[in-house]
Design a protein around this ligand. Sequence first.
Ligand code: AMP
Ligand code: MG
Length: 424
Amino acid sequence: MLQSSDPSDFRPTPDNKPMPLAEARARIVAAITPIRDCERVPLQAALHRVLGETVVSRIDVPGADNASMDGYGYAAADLAAAGDTLQIVGESLAGHPYDGSLDAGECIRIMTGAVVPADVDTVVMHENTRAEGRRLVVEQPPKAGSNIRAAGEDIAAGATVLAAGCYLRPADIAILASVGVSEVAVVRRPRVAFFSTGDELRPIDGPIEPGEIYDSNRHGLAALLAELGMEGIDLGVVGDSPEALRAAFQQAAGYDAVVTSGGVSVGAADFVLDVLGEQGSVDFWRVAIKPGKPLAFGTLGNARFFGLPGNPVSTAVTFIQLVRPALVRMAGGHPALPIRLDLPTLADLRKSLGRENFLRARLVTTDAGQLAVDPIDHQGSGVMRSMSSADCFIVLPAAQQDVPAGEMVTVEPFAQTLWGHPPD
Ligand code: AMP
Ligand code: MG
């Protein structure tokens, strides 16, 4: 592991031992300062934002005891005394409560959501009764107290509805509306500058010559940032020279985070680490994963800096594994732990010792109805089809070797919760 008292002195050497992923992730997340600035937005604009305040309810939800079934309401003690036959004296509908009282042997017709009057303690569902004019025969009496939702049973007045740091999903918007919240404070979105490095890169809307490639990573990064709800700032393509990188770094230093692709290895044209060491500081370099080993994490001005490798699959894997949890934290949220499943692999897996591997794969249901995982054939770190046609990673630990078909392996689905709950 890199140890340097003055990080600006840092110059990477291939001898720096790559850091295990779990350690790198914990170290990165711990180095993040969550954004505190908030803005107030109308409730409907708060979807997929991080709640910046704890919301306490002013009211009970529901506000009164109410029926959970269409049926008839009565006092259970009366029903027994009346031999399961009652007189219907009125009705309570949602929005139109019954405002009279009930005497012995009486009941009211009551609908779902309607207020339960004080004299009623039980509701029998319509299907278990027989009405004959104003006479009601209760054919199957429920237990006393049945089919009534108590006032405050969902949320009591004074209770916390949602804690600061919640990522707002549709159910959260609904629950905030249920307590009469029309506007909420949400955390400002992190502003994340990103750029690609490489003299071979060309814009996607023009021609390319042999030896040139389209700058696909920058567009992939833009999409990953947008998916996460970040405000992305596209700084374009930067050439492989220290001068060009210095200018780009200066421009990027004012944002909350910087994500770059390429130029972070030990090649003759890889200057990202040098310039980061000059203008900021390097916390660590290299993570023991495949794909994605060369990765620089550090600080540049106000920004946390993530120098990702240029091979497109490596860029995506390192973003997902390391940048995403960091940005969730920066956004005021709580990164969820990845969900992992143990499933049989349908094909042999090649694996050499040393690094944790993230193979791209698909979840499948076998003819026998069992969930299994099918690795994509071509696992090259430049083969973006392996990522695009996958829906999960097979995660093989550093010490693992080849795995024969049929063995159980650890699988991380792509579709999983990224935003965990604030601690209670
Ligand atoms: P590097 O990390 O700069 O050594 O690049 C590793 C490989 O990824 C090389 O084959 C690059 O051409 C390729 N690469 C680098 N940046 C990009 C990019 N923005 N889009 C697509 N491929 C890239
Ligand atoms: Mg390069």
